[in-house]
Design a protein around this ligand. Sequence first.
Ligand code: SF4
Ligand code: SF4
Ligand code: FES
Length: 240
Amino acid sequence: MNRRLQNNSEYLEVTIIAHKEGQDLPTKFKYKKRNEKEKPMALDVLLQAQENQLPDLAFRYGCRARNCGVCTIDINGKPRIACRAVVRDGDELKAMSTLPVITDLIVRRDQISRQLKGKIYEGGRKNDLNVEASEDYHELTSCIECYACLDNCPMHEKNFSEIKNDQDYFQWGNPFSLLKLQTIATDPVSTVVRREAAVSAALELGLETCLDCPGCKCGVGIDLKGKVIKPLLQNSKLVD
Ligand code: SF4
Ligand code: SF4
Ligand code: FES
């Protein structure tokens, strides 16, 4: 074996755990850096692994620029946006643990996206593009739907321990769903009825769980605690 190729400055070794037919299968992969100084992102590593060693490895990506939110995986057990997460020697790359895995590093996302169906009052939306929105509204609309905030959410965890019924979507909410509802509540073109319906929907999804929770963290830095949870708790009268 060429010793130079073993040099740490040229290679970086990670473990990629692919989920296949109910089993987690770890594979060691040596990423060849494009130059000595390169600090590859997780998505770079996955793409090279797929090209050189694991041709059937399945994972999602789209924009490669932290815009589309579909590439989230777990790195060492924590959710990270793969196209923007620097990988280090010894890291472990795996599917997100907070959602059911379909195959390899791909998780089911539809149970979240269908969660709000029927919970939002669709009527009563005025259509005036000249209305100025608040800064809070603009911050909330910067959500990229990466689902990194599901990590450690006790409300979301109830979907696996306290199943309300066997509907094909998650019955209990999560920071993302609450953000979507609070976006409606802060949307300047929402009517009073629509805003009230959004708060009711948050209660229906289990908003009271947030009372005993230290709060959630957003993968792109949205202030979930201050701009989503707090106003929803106040508007629902769960806190003053
Ligand atoms: S709130 Fe943040 S972490 Fe959650 S889905 Fe949106 S961007 Fe991702
Ligand atoms: S504050 Fe609410 S939404 Fe956020 S992690 Fe806690 S329970 Fe989940
Ligand atoms: S590929 Fe779009 S956010 Fe990572």
